[in-house]
Design a binder for this molecule. Structure first.
Ligand code: ADP
Length: 161
């Protein structure tokens, strides 16, 4: 049987339960999900690439069908090098749509074989973003309902609370 894989790219600074929900939904459609953590020197991140990758690995430690990797450069090149033709992205409120539409059109123009599959998280995560989590954690707010346990500890470590 052919194995179907999808690449789920993003910043994951840090991974939230919205991302986790999306990966778990993706696993019911694909045999393997490759979480590809973007190395973006232009974008300042709270967590280093290694920290972001490690937090995702620990979150999915019990899930052998999830692979985590860093990537730099064009996503379509990464897909071609790895023989994967499908991207997985999440849609939240309508605000995501315009940007995601542009990116997926561009990826298709660069590489016509690439398709993007969009999934929605559970409604409790519609308004959840890594940025909001960082804001709340910075001021000592409780984020335990929104992030995996290793992330909660890492945020407390970063902000000293
Ligand atoms: P990027 O910088 O590429 O947007 P993110 O880590 O913010 O990276 O997001 C990665 C992907 O996960 C995007 O497709 C984004 O729309 C999706 N995503 C993030 N949070 C959620 C959420 N709460 N529900 C659904 N999708 C989400």
């Amino acid at each position: 049987m052919t194995q179907r894989a999808a690449v789920y790219p993003g910043s994951f600074d840090p991974i939230t339960l919205g991302h986790v929900d999306l990966v778990r939904r993706g696993l019911s459609l694909f045999d393997e999900i490759v979480v590809a953590v973007a190395i973006n020197s232009a974008k300042h991140t709270l967590f280093s690439l290694d920290e972001r990758v490690e937090l995702i690995r620990r979150t999915f430690a019990d899930e052998p069908r999830v692979r985590v990797t860093g990537f730099e450069g064009l996503l379509v090149d990464y897909l071609q090098q790895n023989g994967i033709g499908t991207l997985l992205r999440g849609l939240r409120a309508i605000s995501d749509f315009d940007y995601e539409f542009q990116i997926s059109q561009m990826n298709r123009a660069l590489c016509p074989e690439v398709d993007t599959v969009f999934l929605m998280t559970g409604s409790q995560y519609f308004y959840l973003s890594s940025s909001v989590i960082k804001e709340v954690a910075r001021f000592g707010g409780d984020v335990s309902a929104w992030v995996p346990e290793p992330v909660q500890a890492a945020l407390a470590g970063k902000f000293g609370n």
